[in-house]
Design a protein. Structure first.
Length: 163
């Protein structure tokens, strides 16, 4: 169940995704929040330089592994504008982070890309539970997913020279 605190963190993730897009990256943003509700780290997509592993969720997993105890990681929540890809899901699981809350799902992103005529990604868009079955996951949040959809439309419109 998504509460007001969850929505606030997801809205920040969407702001970070918009920042990523403005800086020439794909529109994804994430926030790591402690058990006490404190935002520990914010990250946005940085793949524009050519390194396709520069996802915000992966950066959070790496940071958490070196900066938090296993107990703190397990009690933390990762908020993100889009459901983790398989790489980020695996990193999340290996590091032992807790709950994930996302605004839009991998299935939604695949559908939006198909509607826009975008070629499928080179990595299959599996759900988080296909990678880390026992993880607590909440999402998508439909009204926030529409905001994420708009960012992806903007990215593909620009990449086609239409914006």
């Amino acid at each position: 169940m998504i509460d007001d605190q969850d929505r606030r963190h997801l809205e920040r993730c969407i702001e970070l995704a918009a920042e990523a897009l403005r800086s020439g990256n794909e529109p994804f943003g994430s926030v790591l929040v402690s058990q006490n509700g404190v935002a520990m780290l914010e990250a946005r997509n940085e793949v524009g330089g050519g390194d396709a592993t520069r996802h915000p969720e992966f950066a959070i997993a790496r940071w958490a592994a070196g900066s938090m105890s296993p107990k703190e990681r397990a009690a933390a929540t990762v908020y993100t504008s889009g459901e983790h890809c398989p790489m980020c899901s695996a990193a999340h699981g290996w590091v032992g982070l807790g709950r994930i809350v996302y605004a839009s799902s991998a299935a939604q992103l695949s559908q939006w890309q198909a509607e826009m005529g975008v070629a499928p990604a080179s990595v299959r868009p599996l759900s988080i539970h296909e990678i880390v079955p026992d993880l607590k996951v909440d999402g998508p949040v439909e009204d926030l997913a529409e905001s994420v959809r708009g960012l992806h439309r903007q990215m593909h419109l620009v990449s086609r020279g239409g914006g």
